[in-house]
Design a protein around this ligand. Structure first.
Ligand code: SF4
Length: 235
């Protein structure tokens, strides 16, 4: 696994639990609002002097048994790494819980991890209504993989959340209604503002929504999804 960085402790990523975060490298998408472009864009990644060897990470993890509950694996996009399966397996062998943050485009990898119980929680970025998905992710792709991932999650035991990072002029109430219809069965759906001060595409600066606007989106979504939250404002 290409590890760009490790955050050794956080209480913020999973409620009431202590976690460490692994930042992987590369991403197959190019969302303009991405705030970790240094882990996504090849020219920026090349400025990272050294990746962290896996054995350093696992040595660290072995000192944290009974002190950490979760290992969070996040961006770039973890599922594009062929060794993700074995990486998760090694973490599980040390009895840690695994949370995966993913753009859920790689449906086969996701299914294998879920079927073999190598992840315990998945957070999936539902970028936009399917009509505007490619506009939002910055790449043109077949959306079938996302639909297969939805089927996998729907039919699985796994705990999960969907979330949408909202950007002015990209997300409308109509888009949110479309997403909410697709996710009408989902357990949890989070709406969140993007970090306008640090974006992959500089044209995205200053385009976040007000709390009132987020509340309006939430009301639209709640018609279809039972549990909708605004990240940072709701519990
Ligand atoms: S926001 Fe996520 S999916 Fe989009 S480019 Fe950044 S890491 Fe990739």
């Amino acid at each position: 696994m290409l590890i760009s960085a490790i955050q050794k402790t956080t209480l913020l990523d999973y409620p009431w639990k202590v976690a460490c975060i692994i930042f992987t490298t590369w991403c197959n998408l190019r969302c303009g609002f991405c705030y970790n472009s240094e882990f996504v864009i090849p020219e920026k990644i090349s400025k990272i002097k050294d990746f962290i060897p896996e054995n350093i990470f696992f040595n660290f993890l072995k000192t944290k048994i009974w002190k950490l509950d979760w290992v969070v694996i996040c961006w770039g996009e973890p599922t594009i790494h062929k060794d993700l399966y074995n990486f998760c397996k090694s973490i599980k062998e040390l009895w840690f819980l695994v949370k995966l943050d993913t753009n859920w485009q790689n449906s086969k990898v996701l299914k294998n991890l879920i079927d073999d119980k190598l992840v315990d929680y998945i957070a999936m970025d539902f970028k936009n209504s399917f009509d505007k998905y490619n506009l939002t992710t910055g790449v043109t792709e077949d959306l079938e993989n996302y639909k297969q991932s939805i089927d996998t999650i729907k039919n699985s035991w796994i705990d999960y959340e969907f979330r949408t990072t909202l950007v002015k002029w990209i997300h409308t109430k109509e888009d949110m209604e479309e997403i909410a219809k697709v996710l009408s069965w989902a357990k949890k759906y989070y709406l969140q503002n993007f970090k306008w001060w640090k974006t992959l595409d500089k044209d995205f600066v200053w385009k976040s929504f007000s709390v009132t606007e987020l509340q309006e989106f939430k009301e639209v979504c709640k018609v279809h999804v039972k549990n909708v939250f605004i990240r940072g404002y709701d519990k």
